[in-house]
Design a protein around this ligand. Structure first.
Ligand SMILES: [Zn+2]
Length: 139
């Protein structure tokens, strides 16, 4: 079967797909299922459009890519070889926006859980982080 897309189109499509259904996020969702939680996705009416929302527990979850959101880990401290200043500014903007969104959500009475990509590389990792946070437990 021939590829109907040009290479450029294809990489655009791939980028669009990745930004919504990233694999770490899928892993977190299945861990939540395993723990018996019900949730909704990408609620546009909340600050920062959280990746996962647990309305019953007034909890939102963001699954952040380490590079894009400057995690203090080896993946988050990568400096791109080209256009370093451009990426640095873009990532700093993400971090500032993350902070504003989390503050706004807390003011609205939500608990905010940030899961880093490097923490949820495995299903076990995702489960451990979710248990530690104690969704619906003492805050
Ligand atoms: Zn990380």
């Amino acid at each position: 079967m021939t590829d109907v897309h040009t290479r450029e189109q294809r990489s655009r499509n791939m980028a669009a797909i990745r930004s919504v259904n990233t694999r770490p996020e899928v892993r977190v969702r299945s861990a939540l299922h395993a723990l018996g939680f019900r949730f909704r996705l990408h609620r546009k009416d909340l600050p920062g459009r959280p990746d996962i929302v647990l309305p019953k527990h007034r909890t939102v979850i963001f699954v952040h890519g380490c590079f894009w959101h400057c995690h203090r880990c080896k993946y988050g401290s990568v400096v791109p070889a080209t256009r370093a200043a451009f990426w640095a500014a873009k990532r700093a903007g993400n971090v500032a926006r993350d902070r504003r969104n989390a503050a706004a959500l807390r003011r609205l009475g939500w608990r905010v859980l940030v899961l880093w990509e490097c923490e949820v590389r495995t299903q076990e990792g995702a489960l451990a982080r979710l248990r530690k946070f104690q969704i619906g437990g003492p805050s």
